[in-house]
Ligand binder design. Structure first.
Ligand code: NAD
Ligand code: WQD
Length: 351
């Protein structure tokens, strides 16, 4: 099997997808993007192209559940492999709109799979999440840890994994590389691309960055009574550039063995919320006001990856540390106080 050269990226305007576009363009791949901009903006592509010094192939504004529109994209391009980032990702929103989450995340993925199947495309890198482990315990979690999703978002990711595993068991032509990310954060080092969530950030790093730039008064630290070294919860943060690099490296491994292969993406060690606040304070050189408030419902004390499997399989591991993540997240926020709001539009998102 030859390594893919044309990669379709679903959700390519989003946080991780846009960084994947840059990384693939930088490494000579042809990139096709589909996105409905429900959590992103097409303005990001002007920046992707500025960094990469190349045009993104074609960009299509469509909902991946629209099989007719998706099929037209596959008709038009000889796609070798798909990186599937498009999904809804807010844990809290998923608890109030579970049907929407299953429809987009599961329905979107089956629509994509059917379209791939009809077009003879059998190589997929799937964005899964550490959230499938749920409340699995505090030690480093390897991929054999039983999934115990505790909310509709995590459950939708787990359902997708099971569908993909089942397809791979029954159809030997498929290879699915399923990457369970822990906490991707940071930004492209240029400061042109980063995390720009719609509305109030629900995640720690973008919230911290908005406090540092003065858009928000203070950070609420959820819980100071966890059984950790400083009482705040521990997560395994991984730089978004390492995250997307793993996806590119995955493209070289479709030929290793057919079937579904699941890998954690994390550093293999965690940092507490106050560790992150301290690292961000060093990065931005200004104090970050915070207060400790009660725990956020559904949060667990620690989620840390055992990230040895991907290293064994591909000889790959993340190289950027928490200081790099904070430096790059701050660089993006400082250069873009209002995120992508002020940036120039790409000439036209093609349809
Ligand atoms: P994001 O919201 O920034 O990007 C997702 C993109 O998909 C957005 O551009 C959005 O507009 C698009 N999209 C959503 N629904 C769509 C639809 N029906 N049709 C077409 N496009 C659609 O999210 P992200 O942080 O870049 O996450 C990418 C993937 O990684 C997601 O699948 C997410 O579940 C997974 N993931 C993210 C994290 C994280 O912390 N960011 C952690 C683990 C897993
Ligand atoms: C990190 C830590 C919070 C905000 C989520 C999803 C998970 C995956 C990664 C997609 C926690 C604390 C946060 C704030 C805080 N995403 N915190 N104040 O919850 O570990 O994981 O993103 O798959 O599925 O659940 O990430 O960034 O929200 O929180 O104290 O304002 O920061 O309690 O300990 P989380 P997060």
């Amino acid at each position: 099997m030859s390594a893919p050269t044309t990669v379709l990226i679903t959700g390519g305007a989003g946080f991780i997808g846009s960084h994947a576009c840059v990384d693939l363009l930088d490494h000579g791949y042809e990139v096709i993007v589909v996105d409905d901009y429900s959590n992103s903006t097409p303005q990001v592509f002007a920046r992707v192209e500025r960094i990469a010094g190349r045009f993104v192939g074609d960009v299509y504004e469509l909902d991946i559940r629209d099989r007719q529109a998706l099929s037209a994209v596959f008709d038009r391009h000889a796609v070798d492999a798909v990186m599937h980032f498009a999904s809804l990702k807010s844990v809290s929103a998923s608890t109030s709109t579970p049907i929407e989450y299953y429809d987009t995340n599961v329905g979107g993925m089956t629509a994509l799979l059917r379209t791939m199947h009809e077009h003879g495309v059998h190589q997929l890198v799937y964005s899964s999440s550490c959230s499938v482990y749920g409340e699995a315990g505090t030690g480093p979690l390897d991929e054999s840890t039983p999934a115990r999703p505790t909310n509709p978002y995590a459950a939708s990711k787990w359902v997708c994994e099971q569908i993909l595993a089942d397809v791979c068991r029954r159809r030997p032509e498929y290879t699915v590389l399923c990457l369970r990310y822990f906490n991707p954060v940071g930004a492209h080092p240029s400061g042109l691309l980063g995390e720009d969530p719609h509305g109030t950030p629900g995640n720690l790093m973008p919230y911290l960055a908005q406090v540092a730039i003065g858009r928000r008064e203070r950070l609420s630290v959820y819980g100071g009574d966890y059984p950790t070294h400083d009482g705040t919860a521990i997560r395994d943060y991984i730089h978004v550039m390492d995250t997307v690099e793993a996806h590119r490296v995955a493209l070289d491994h479709f030929g290793d063995a057919p079937g579904m292969h699941v890998y954690n993406l994390g550093l293999g060690h965690g940092n507490s919320v106050l560790d992150v606040v301290a690292a961000f304070t060093r990065a931005c050189g200004r104090p970050i006001p915070y207060e400790i408030v009660p725990r956020r419902p559904g949060d667990v004390a620690a989620l840390v990856a055992d990230s040895s499997a991907v290293r064994r399989a591909w000889g790959w591991g993340p190289v950027r540390d928490l200081a790099d993540m904070c430096r790059d997240a701050w660089h993006f926020q400082r250069l873009n106080p209002r995120g992508y709001a002020d940036s120039a539009r790409r000439p036209a998102a093609q349809q």
